[in-house]
Design a binder for this molecule. Structure first.
Ligand SMILES: [Cu+2]
Length: 153
């Protein structure tokens, strides 16, 4: 077999392999969606928390790297450890899993609020990921005591 024929064989093998991968749905990458988001009406004038769930139905993990919002130019990702909030660089969104941001745990922190959101208003947030394109979400502002994770299922 000469070199040209070998290259052609390798190329067609690669094409067949590629077609097989796409047909069987392998390596789809992250497939993200959000649900259950809200912002409790802030008790403090300059700070608010954001909570939501990011679901990944893809077979590749992703990471939430930062968030931007219309109510703050200083949005951080926080975790809660021993009752204290700490800034983190990113949160993993596991493959075929979810990232849950909730009270007393991981959350989005809006600092130096341009405007203190009130119940009935909405907060626009854009979530930025390491792999996927940005996701825009609108979070309703709920009562300061709102806590859906306390509900019994
Ligand atoms: Cu915080």
């Amino acid at each position: 077999m000469n070199r040209r024929a070998t290259t052609a064989t390798a190329l067609s093998a690669a094409l067949v392999l590629g077609a097989t991968l796409s047909l069987t749905g392998c390596a789809t990458g992250p497939e993200l969606a959000t649900s259950g988001g809200y912002v409790p009406e802030p008790v403090m004038p300059d700070m608010a928390g954001g909570f939501l769930t990011v679901t990944n139905t893809g077979d590749t993990a992703d990471r939430l790297t930062h968030a931007t919002s219309d109510i703050s130019d200083d949005v951080e990702l926080h975790r809660t450890k021993d009752g204290k909030m700490q800034q983190v660089k990113s949160f993993e969104v596991p493959a075929n899993g979810e990232l849950v941001l909730k009270r007393g745990a991981n959350h989005i922190m809006f600092k130096e609020l341009k405007h203190k959101p009130a119940v009935g208003e909405e907060v626009s947030v854009t979530l930025h990921f390491a792999e996927s394109g940005p996701l825009e979400v609108t979070l309703p502002v709920k009562a300061a005591t709102h806590n859906p994770s306390m509900k019994k299922h």
